[in-house]
Ligand binder design. Sequence first.
Ligand code: ZN
Length: 142
Amino acid sequence: MSNALCQTTLIRAARAVDALAITEDAWMLVAGDTILAVGSGTDAPPAHRLVDLGNATLVPGFIDIHGHGGAQGAYDNGPDEIAAALTMHRQHGTTRAVLSLVANPFPSLARSLDTIRDVMSSDPLVIGAHLEGPTCGSFGAP
Ligand SMILES: [Zn+2]
């Protein structure tokens, strides 16, 4: 374990919300990207560093399973607009995203999926793509 991962951080917040409960006067002890312990009140363990979020609410990262973009960009429009949208969403708590594509002709969808595959190869926080379908006639139908 590297030295940075051995350093513990105690995060305090007015409350924490997770799948099980809303906890007032919450704390969470972390080391690197691992949660070591959670609790409330004054019984928090000692840590190398304290981050006090004041009156903020501590929540798990959001998983966006249906989004078309953001920051005036669309996931259909190439890597620059994807990057801008992901940056905006991450500033607001999204930690994982499935990138949704609007219905388009099949060749356009294939290009967009190639781009998303490339993004996923360097960004593990993008966990997939969602298609709203090809447009009519994409497969040669009348
Ligand atoms: Zn949609």
